[in-house]
Design a protein around this ligand. Structure first.
Ligand SMILES: [Zn+2]
Ligand SMILES: [Zn+2]
Length: 248
């Protein structure tokens, strides 16, 4: 699906819709189990969008936030609608993979990290790949083998907040995974999986079944959304049907 770009603090932000589909049966559960305590209005259908974001600053430098579900044989193949269409999305906004200057992987779940390495080779060959050190330390062997190790010295491990480009920062937001990070520019935060579903905007205390540490994830979600709200800001989500949501 095509989504419109916006410009924030002089940076053009292109949502790239990698895929749209329901979660595969292997991990799909009734909504009341996925988001305990959330108000679902009787609907048990969750059609996920899988969004990556390309940021292009005034100097033409580019940052890709997340790399999507990846190819047919990716680690996400067991549950996500592979293959993803990130390559086509990038082409549509006029950026070749080798032109991407930096990649931020919010976390190492298979629907966020699987487009970084295809057939054993780094797709964004000239980009540094920012990951939190805590995320790498917590990763399993399979994702280390398939994603992190093939990236070699393109991995830039950070601990906590770090600047990606002037005005574009990552922030450590643990809970969904131990080293989850979000990207902030101006009043926009690209939230990765800190927020999964709109029910968590209605009540940020609603946890998600697949949060590694639900208590910490909730603390992080409440804190981050409070901060964005106080600034009258916006979030760009990975899995909502509409990429951008202003937090009022
Ligand atoms: Zn979408
Ligand atoms: Zn995740």
């Amino acid at each position: 699906m095509l989504h419109r770009s916006i410009t924030v603090a002089g940076v053009e932000v292109f949502p790239l819709c990698d895929a749209v589909g329901a979660m595969g049966e292997s991990i799909r559960r009734p909504m009341a189990q996925m988001f305990p305590g959330g108000c679902h209005g009787g609907s048990d259908e969750w059609i996920l969008h899988f969004h990556c974001y390309l940021l292009r600053d005034a100097a033409g430098r580019t940052v890709l936030v997340d790399t999507g579900i990846g190819p047919r044989d990716s680690l996400a193949a067991g549950w996500a609608p592979v293959p993803g269409s990130l390559g086509a999305g990038l082409a549509r906004v006029g950026t070749a993979p080798e032109e991407v200057d930096a990649v931020v992987i919010t976390h190492l779940h298979s629907d966020h990290a699987s487009g970084a390495v295809v057939a054993g080779a780094s797709v964004f060959a000239n980009a540094r790949h920012l990951l939190q050190r805590a995320e790498i330390d917590a990763a399993g062997e399979e994702v280390l083998d398939r994603v992190v190790r093939p990236l070699g010295d393109r991995v830039q491990a950070v601990a906590g907040g770090a600047e990606v480009l002037p005005g574009i920062r990552v922030l450590l937001t643990p809970g969904h995974t131990p080293g989850h990070q979000v990207v902030q520019l101006g009043d926009l935060v690209l939230t990765g999986d800190v927020v999964l579903h709109p029910v968590q905007l209605e009540d940020p205390r609603v946890p998600y079944l697949y949060d590694a540490d639900p208590e910490l994830a909730t603390l992080t979600r409440v804190e981050l959304l409070d901060k964005v709200r106080a600034a009258g800001g916006m979030i760009g989500t990975a899995h909502f049907a509409e990429p951008f949501t202003r937090i009022a």
